[in-house]
Design a protein around this ligand. Structure first.
Ligand code: 5GP
Ligand code: ZN
Length: 139
């Protein structure tokens, strides 16, 4: 546990949370600032951050819980879709530095729109060069 981490405090029972699922390694609870009502967070009980530091076994467990929560939102709320969002680092919009997946039920009528602005590459060579860099850095 990291003593100044709010999600670790939720895991430890030192802060309240509206829990929807729990097992030995993972916890899912309602986000207090939902983008759409029903917005749920899925976290490892261990303090892990960022995603790239997560042990594979824990990550596998987490993504299966994410899938289960998404299925539950679709059936319980009759949602039209689900967004799964995961941020790493302040530049990516992460506020709480404890690995978490946002699972957000979506409805055709929910009125939420992502501020997602495509910036096409000026030259295809630029895209290819970046792809080569990623390929060269893969583990
Ligand atoms: P991030 O921006 O780090 O990806 O998302 C952090 C999320 O945690 C936000 O959606 C925010 O509403 C939620 N959050 C922050 N503090 C608390 C809290 O104390 N309890 C709960 N349930 N959610 C929290
Ligand atoms: Zn933590």
């Amino acid at each position: 546990m990291k003593s100044d981490c709010i999600f670790c405090k939720i895991v430890a029972g030192q802060l309240p949370a509206c829990k929807v699922y729990e097992d030995a390694e993972t916890l899912a609870f309602m986000d207090i600032g939902p983008i759409v009502p029903g917005h749920t967070l899925v976290i490892p009980k261990l303090h892990i951050d960022p995603l790239t530091a997560a042990p594979p076994a824990i990550l596998q467990k987490l993504i299966l819980v994410v899938q289960n929560i998404a299925r539950a939102q679709l059936s319980a709320f009759k949602a039209d879709g689900v967004n799964v969002i995961q941020a790493n680092g302040r530049a990516a919009g992460q506020v709480v530095p404890h690995l978490h997946f946002h699972v957000i039920p979506r409805f055709a009528t929910d009125g939420h729109h992502w501020n997602w602005k495509p910036h096409p590459y000026a030259k295809s060579e630029e895209m290819s060069a970046l792809a080569e860099k990623i390929k060269g850095a893969l583990g």
